[in-house]
Ligand binder design. Structure first.
Ligand code: AMP
Length: 174
């Protein structure tokens, strides 16, 4: 079995001092590691009837699109403000300083759709919580949040109560 942590590179002080950035490009560049990562992200949700996979801009897209194909589901992009061309719903969330916002097309999720939300890294949980809230506002039923990497010391899961959060590579006390 592949140890996926060997394909994740720590980049200190990127994009700003004090942040250790988890660089997944070595994993993406290795066919076996990328395939194993996708399998590990998908299997807990097998048989649950995923209708739509939501990917969070930008690195979430990389995993969400192939997972949508695997589940025979549609893919829905959740993006930063101003990127989507049609009518949008938005959800604002707090950052350490200030706020940020995620948007999705208002007609992207049909009522009662079973939705799997996907991203690359779960850090403080604000991004994932916002995406989940947005999916619910649009009428979707969130059946899980699948993420490659969890920074457990930031306790992002606490922002996602009642969500089936599944992560593959764990760092810290999670
Ligand atoms: P958060 O809202 O704090 O859970 O942050 C999650 C989002 O920020 C994800 O979309 C990640 O792509 C990105 N992110 C946060 N921390 C890191 C990190 N240390 N390395 C790489 N990406 C990160």
């Amino acid at each position: 079995m592949i140890d996926l942590s060997n394909f994740i590179r720590d980049v200190p002080d990127f994009p700003e001092p004090g942040i250790i950035f988890k660089d997944i490009t070595p994993l993406l560049g290795d066919s076996a590691a990328f395939t194993a990562a996708l399998e590990a992200m998908a299997t807990p949700f097998d048989g649950l009837g995923v209708d739509l996979v939501v990917g969070i801009e930008a690195r979430g897209f990389i995993f969400a699109a192939p997972l949508a194909q695997r589940f025979d589901a549609g893919f829905v992009p959740v993006r930063k403000p101003g990127k989507l061309p049609w009518d949008v719903n938005g959800y604002e969330y707090a950052l350490e300083y200030g706020t940020d916002r995620l948007e999705a097309h208002s007609d992207a999720i049909h009522d009662g759709a079973s939705v799997l939300v996907v991203d690359d890294v779960l850090a403080t949980g604000g991004t994932g919580a916002a995406a989940v809230a947005l999916v619910r506002e649009l009428g979707g039923d969130v059946i899980g949040f699948s993420v490659l990497i969890e920074l457990g010391f930031l306790n992002g899961r606490s922002k996602l109560p009642e969500v089936d959060v599944h992560t593959v590579v764990h760092y810290g006390n999670d």
